[in-house]
Design a protein around this ligand. Structure first.
Ligand code: FHN
Length: 437
């Protein structure tokens, strides 16, 4: 009997101890952090940039790994990186004109090269290149000037540092492998976090590479996130680990797929949580970093429809461009940015501050909504009458273009709304506005 009691007390104690640890770990975002999340969620469109000296190879950001290059020989190329045409203000103006409200750039990708002024390493833009201009600093300043929020991508995995514990990738880059030491690497990352949070106006940190380690590996993310929020509590943390959100994170991202989809194979374990959502996709269809032979850029039509679909799933779209080594954006990217901007200037009201409409995806398109207004986005529809499931009252139904009133019939019994479109929809997106009282 005594033994049973003892076991019971021990197990109760274990449950209490475990619960209190969980409670202790339970992250409470600050007011300012929640405000940043709310703004981020309203902005809906961001521009992603994958840029490093790998752009000189013109084979994407994975060239070191995919071509099994020697890390030391590869590093020598940094001495030739001089993006003479780079203008932070020109880039940021182009993003703003495209309708983007924030941007996110790789401060350090998997090759371990820091595009910012880092005292924690010499493998950075200031010490390893003749350019010696703090690219991240210039972009942060330009974003402040243009009123664009600034996010930084940071790779947790590293293909060149000897102290990074090698696991799934980066096995053929010439590392000796005898100095792997996660404590040392973790401290290096912490030192860089301090720099990124104090030197620049960083609203969010976008982590990547978590998936490089086995499930058993302890990244010590809890400690890492606490360290970051300790320095800047309002900084939003997102991690592209392809899983459900981890305690301490402020937004959830989905790679190459809309939330709830998994066509690219990254989102099998990514259950949708309660945090703000963001989908990232490339503008050219292949790599994220600049590629000389990838001219298959998505059309303006495809990009707009993707954005609208993202909003219809309560998600932002972070659309990626790989800048060239000379500091310019590819012509096709500029063309797409211009096209997106033209559309956003006309139809931004159906995107910014909008979320999912009342309908799931339909054969003709999707719906978004903001306050008491619902927007039906018709992508492909070859009829002049549209019937949708609908409950509640209607104040008016308009064609968004020109806010021209449309005839409609509400069937309360059948819970449907029939709209006379007047003509067969054409173009990228015909938008119908339904205003409720
Ligand atoms: O390996 C990276 C890749 O280069 C790119 O940065 C993308 C962006 O989502 N993330 C990784 C792949 O999951």
């Amino acid at each position: 009997m005594k033994k049973v009691l003892k076991r019971l007390v021990v197990s109760c104690f274990a449950v209490v101890a475990c619960t209190s640890t969980l409670q202790a770990q339970n992250y409470q975002p600050t007011e300012k952090n929640l405000e940043n999340r709310a703004n981020f969620e309203k902005e809906r469109l961001g521009i992603f940039l994958h840029w490093g000296f790998y752009s000189m190879f013109g084979r994407g950001e994975w060239v070191l790994e995919q071509q099994s290059l020697n890390k030391d020989e590869y590093a020598c190329a940094a001495a030739g990186f001089y993006p003479s045409k780079f203008s932070a203000s020109e880039w940021v103006k182009a993003f703003k004109d495209a309708g983007a409200k924030y941007m996110c750039i790789t401060s350090r990708h998997h090759d371990g090269f820091s595009m910012f002024d880092s005292k924690a390493t010499d493998f950075d833009i200031m010490d390893a290149t003749p350019f010696k201009r703090d690219i991240i600093g210039e972009l942060s300043k330009a974003c402040d000037e243009e009123g664009i929020a600034f996010h930084l991508y940071y790779s947790l995995l590293d293909w060149t540092r000897e102290d990074y514990p090698v696991c799934n990738t980066g096995k053929n880059t010439g590392r000796k492998g005898d100095q792997q030491n996660y404590d040392s690497y973790f401290n290096f990352m912490k030192a860089q976090m301090k720099e990124l949070l104090t030197q620049y106006n960083t609203r969010a940190l976008w982590f990547d590479g978590f998936w490089d380690q086995s499930k058993e590996f302890d990244w010590r993310m809890d400690e890492f996130y606490k360290y970051i929020h300790g320095i800047k509590p309002e900084c939003l943390i997102g991690n592209n680990h392809h899983l459900a959100p981890i305690d301490g994170e402020d937004f959830q991202m989905f790679e190459r797929d809309l939330p709830g989809e998994n066509t690219a194979g990254f989102s099998a374990g990514a259950t949708i949580g309660k945090l703000p959502l963001e989908m990232c996709q490339t503008m050219p269809t292949g790599t994220w970093g600049y590629s000389v032979n990838d001219m298959s850029f998505r059309s303006v039509e495809e990009l707009i429809r993707l954005l609208v679909k993202a909003v219809s799933k309560n998600s932002n779209l972070l659309i990626n461009i790989g800048p060239r080594a000379d500091g310019t954006l590819p012509d096709l990217a500029l063309d797409r940015l211009k096209g997106m901007g033209e559309w956003m200037r006309k139809y931004g009201d159906t995107i910014y501050g909008n979320g999912a409409g009342s309908l799931p995806e339909q054969s003709w398109g999707v719906s978004t909504s903001c306050g008491n207004t619902e927007y039906l986005h018709l992508f492909t529809y070859d009829n002049t009458t549209l019937e949708i499931p609908f409950t509640g009252k209607v104040k008016k139904v308009n064609l968004f273009d020109g806010h021209q009133p449309l005839k409609y019939k509400l069937n309360k019994k059948a819970k449907t709304l029939t709209i006379e479109l007047g003509q067969v929809p054409s173009g990228i997106d015909t938008i119908i506005e339904i205003v409720r009282p």
